[in-house]
Design a protein around this ligand. Structure first.
Ligand code: ZN
Length: 61
């Protein structure tokens, strides 16, 4: 299965970065390349892709 790429938009500085969505795991946080802050998924979202990504994670679609 090919991996899916999504664009994550930092809620703090609005920087966009591309990340790969793992097909078998959740990503509860990521580190913004620009501001260096660790971005956590919103309450109720399983991962940062569901909260801030251009694509939802495959587990939640
Ligand atoms: Zn940022």
């Amino acid at each position: 299965m090919p991996n899916v790429q999504a664009t994550l938009t930092c809620p703090l500085c609005n920087a966009k970065q591309t990340a790969e969505i793992p097909s078998d795991a959740c990503v509860p946080f990521y580190k913004c390349d620009k501001c260096g802050k660790v971005i956590k998924a919103k309450d109720g979202d399983c991962c940062v892709f569901c909260s801030y990504g251009s694509e939802k994670c495959p587990l939640n679609s």
